[in-house]
Design a protein around this ligand. Structure first.
Ligand SMILES: CSC[C@H]1O[C@H](OP(=O)(O)O)[C@H](O)[C@@H]1O
Length: 353
């Protein structure tokens, strides 16, 4: 797999793959300040629920190095201010707040500022490494579920560049390629920012996976005309009852899967579960600028001043979800066991929820 990593920590520096420039350009931007990290996440230079958590974790650790106090309480106060600023960059993906929360909990145990600074980097690295292992495991479980399926549809990019490596929804295609499993993937372009057309098509082509691009409006016809056998997508936040927030357009696909009688799979690490929320109605849905819909790049599409509604995510009710594929195994939202019970039924390999 020749996919570049989305977040790189090397020689004490943080670099992110600027995904706005893909597929034309593979460019890394070094981020040095908290503001640069916040901007990179808000502008979707780095994007994808796990990837923004990883980038924010390294960003928080990097920013902490600029606090020169030796007072551990004051240091914790400064870091928690920085943490709140980063968490506010994008509200829907719980992985951002979850990753930042792990670092904040870590320094609450630190005895000195120097120890705290070292532990922040250590925790960020742990989060990154755990995510890579989780994504590979998700790929394994997804390959089992897709054993008899070849034609699969997806939306947005829940791929390697949206995570530490391998991806979530795209993980089975990457692992399948390593093992000679061939898939025929249909990628929805994913308006308005085209993560499907720009990122998923590019990523799967780089990996040598058969991928066909369709517009979002073609999904219903394509499922029938091409005999799509399953739909697999990523997630940004999954609540205690299994309701799932993901890229806008995901709910459309879930309703289509239900209508066509094909399985609808969510692929996500346990870090995407937010068991503090009972249902999807509590998930904050990010709304973004009108220009993203009214124009494509610098090309104005709608008349200037047109009213726009631009929610970046939607919520799929658990009843339309066949299974949630995690690194701990397959969770069935409509099972008589609760999601929490199913998640904890499998001994954890050290990852934390
Ligand atoms: C494994 S990525 C999860 C999720 O994040 C993406 O959103 P965005 O491109 O706005 O960061 C998309 O919803 C993916 O499915």
């Amino acid at each position: 797999m020749t996919i570049p990593l989305s977040v790189i920590w090397k020689d004490e520096q943080l670099a992110i793959l600027d995904q706005r420039l893909l597929p034309q350009t593979v460019h890394y931007e070094t981020l040095e300040t908290l503001e640069q990290v916040h901007e990179a996440i808000f502008q979707l230079k780095v994007r994808g629920a796990p990837a923004i958590g990883i980038a924010a974790a390294y960003g928080l650790a990097l920013a902490a190095r600029r606090h020169h106090t030796i007072d551990i309480d004051l240091f914790r106060h400064y870091v928690k201010q920085d943490a709140a600023y980063l968490v506010a960059s994008r509200p829907t993906a719980v992985n951002l707040a979850w990753a930042i929360g792990r670092l904040v909990s870590r320094i609450d145990q630190s005895r000195t500022v120097e120890q705290g600074k070292a532990q922040l980097i250590e925790e960020a690295q742990l989060i990154r490494d755990e995510d890579e292992a989780a994504c590979r495991s998700i790929g394994e479980h997804a390959l089992e579920l897709l054993a008899e399926k070849e034609k699969v549809m997806t939306i947005c990019n829940a791929g390697s560049i949206a995570t530490a490596k391998y991806g979530t929804a795209l993980a089975p295609f990457h692992l399948g390629k390593e093992r000679g499993r061939e898939f025929e993937v249909y990628a929805c372009e994913t308006r308005p920012l085209f993560q499907g057309a720009r990122l998923t098509v590019w990523e799967l082509q780089q990996a040598g996976v058969d991928v066909t691009l369709i517009t979002d409006s073609m999904a219903a016809h394509t499922i029938g005309a091409k005999g799509i056998e399953a739909i697999i997508v990523g997630a940004d936040r999954i609540t205690a009852n299994g309701d799932t927030a993901n890229k806008i357009g995901t709910l459309n696909l879930a309703l289509l899967a239900h209508a066509y009688g094909i399985p609808f799979y969510i692929a996500a690490p346990v870090s995407t579960f937010d068991l503090s929320l009972q249902t999807g109605s509590s998930i904050p849905i990010e709304e973004r600028a009108a220009e993203e819909v009214a124009a494509i790049g610098t090309q104005q599409i709608a008349p200037a001043g047109t009213k726009v509604f631009n929610p970046a995510f939607d919520v799929t009710p658990a009843k339309y979800i066949t299974a949630i594929i995690t690194e701990r195994g397959v969770i069935r939202p409509n099972d008589e066991q609760t999601i929490e019970a199913q998640l904890y039924a499998v001994p954890s390999k050290g990852e934390t929820i």
